[in-house]
Design a protein around this ligand. Structure first.
Ligand code: SF4
Ligand code: SF4
Length: 495
């Protein structure tokens, strides 16, 4: 298949050798599971259990709320010992609403799991509904509810499903292992999604540093004529949705548009595997594969982990920390999030836990910009990082937006190539945070204004009605008086 060249991108050392040959291992049951009710983009799920309740594996713990949301389920059987705030995947140490479950060690499934489906004799709506009820979200890290993407067929003319098997972030190997060890199940999930979307062609993109995964998926789908497995150049950020679509189809997704606008939907390989489990076995999303790696990890590994397992359990299983890490990250080193500590739980979007040493990180002091334009050449979105950063530094938010801040995918390629070690992407993340809070404040202001206007209108209406009632009463009184005054004259006329 012909590939199309995209602009920018960088070639960091992939560091995948640390964990790539480690087969997936089931992590032992933790003592406590901390399950956040928001592990996805959209509205938080609403708890339906209470402290003290006994639950079974797969039982609903919190149901989705609104059009963009996802439910969460019990990863094992046990007792709910708390519903409260717990540290989240956020460097600020943000606390989020979390259900804490104490496993009973019996791991008993609940009795009312949905029955296995025959997907190719089921309607697309029935498949999307099963995916929604199973709490499946984009497992490549995006965490967008997958059923919403499957329902895009109702609003867009879709032609192609692209499966993201690039795993372009250094260190991460969980998708690679999943493709190598569960190729048939991944292909089954992909075919179910293609059927639900109503597309006739599927392309699986896998970077060329994963030849075994390419071969095994190719063999697994060889008997189906409508799936292509395509090797992609190993270049970061190949796994970015829009860039992968462009590489595979030559079609560029316009700024602020969706790939669905050009007829393409993208899902991740781990999401496909979760769809297979949900549709064929009725299992909700309660576990995932996580790569534990980095120079400060004793024995890097790929672990199948229950959602809610504390990160410290993963690190302990991998031989603990060999030195104090310079950075502890959830996800990859380029786009992952700094973790505030090891108590935070694994969530549906956690594809990696990295403990990186100062050597891994390559810390160097920041120097003045030498206007070399390397960051401009590296930007896959065609932006001017050096200029955007200057505006961000000066606090000129509108200037950064004019230069394309909202199109920046925060891939970090510009920071990676900068010879002056300027943390450009940190400026953009900060500016995006400021922009989001400004938009929230504007929204609040508009909402307050709307409510005040509604109140004024209500008061005016009440006043108007009072005025009308008074005028009516006055008219009635006047009519009564006039009638009373006219009565004696009428009586004398009759007499
Ligand atoms: S972080 Fe943003 S500005 Fe920098 S290279 Fe990536 S997309 Fe471009
Ligand atoms: S890469 Fe760094 S030094 Fe070069 S122009 Fe960009 S910000 Fe300046």
């Amino acid at each position: 298949m012909k590939l199309f060249r995209i602009r920018g991108g960088v070639h960091p050392d992939d560091c995948k050798a640390l964990a790539a040959e480690q087969a997936i291992v089931d992590l032992q049951m933790p003592e406590l599971l901390h399950i956040p009710v928001q592990q996805h983009i959209g509205a938080a799920a609403k708890p339906v259990v209470q402290r003290g309740d006994s639950v079974r594996k797969g039982q609903l713990l919190a149901h989705s709320q609104g059009a963009i949301s996802a439910p969460v389920h019990a990863p094992t059987s046990g007792r709910i010992v708390g519903i409260g705030n717990y540290p989240a995947h956020h460097p600020s140490g943000l606390l989020v609403r979390t259900i804490t479950l104490q496993p009973d060690g019996e791991d008993r499934w609940c009795d009312d799991l949905p029955p296995p489906m025959d997907p190719f004799n089921s309607t697309p709506d029935a498949i999307a509904e099963r995916v929604a009820l199973s709490g499946i979200v984009g497992m490549g890290g995006a965490t967008f509810p997958s059923s919403v993407k499957l329902n895009l067929r109702n609003r867009y003319r879709l032609e192609k499903l692209v499966i993201n098997g690039a795993e372009c972030e250094p260190y991460l190997t969980c998708d690679d292992r999943l493709m190598r060890e569960h190729a048939d199940q991944v292909i089954d999930g992909i075919r179910i999604m293609a059927h639900a979307l109503g597309v006739t062609h599927t392309v699986i993109g896998i970077e060329n540093n994963k030849p075994d995964a390419q071969r095994l998926l190719h063999e697994a789908c060889a008997r189906f004529g409508d799936i292509d497995v395509v090797g992609l150049p190993t270049r970061y950020p190949m796994g970015s949705e829009k860039h992968m679509v462009q590489t595979l189809t030559g079609l560029e997704t316009p700024a602020r548009a969706l790939t669905a606008d050009i007829g393409v939907v993208v899902h991740n390989v781990a999401t496909a595997h979760a769809v297979h489990r949900a549709v064929r076995h009725g299992e909700p999303l309660i576990s995932r594969v996580v790569t534990v790696s980095g120079g400060a990890i004793g024995k890097p590994a790929n672990l199948r982990v229950l959602i809610g397992t504390p990160v410290e359990d993963l690190i302990d299983y991998c031989g603990g920390l060999t030195s104090t890490p310079e950075r502890l990250i959830s996800g990859g080193p380029m786009m992952g999030q700094l973790l505030p500590g090891t108590r935070v739980p694994v969530v549906k979007g956690s594809n990696g836990v990295l403990a990186l040493t100062a050597t891994d990180v390559g810390i160097a002091s920041e120097m003045p910009c030498i206007r070399c334009a390397s960051c401009v050449d590296a930007c896959p979105c065609g932006l001017l990082p050096v200029e955007m950063a200057a505006h961000a530094r000066a606090g000129d938010l509108d200037g950064t937006v004019r230069l394309g801040l909202t199109d920046c995918i925060a891939c970090g390629s510009c920071s990676f190539v900068c010879p002056s070690n300027i943390p450009l992407v940190q400026y953009f993340n900060y500016a995006k945070g400021e922009l989001a809070s400004r938009q929230r404040a504007q929204h609040k202001q508009l909402e307050t204004k709307r409510l005040a206007e509604q109140r004024t209108a209500r008061m005016e209406e009440i006043k108007r009605k009072k005025r009308e009632a008074m005028e009516k009463r006055k008219r009635e009184m006047a009519a009564k008086k006039a009638k009373a005054a006219a009565a004696p004259a009428e009586r004398s006329a009759q007499a």
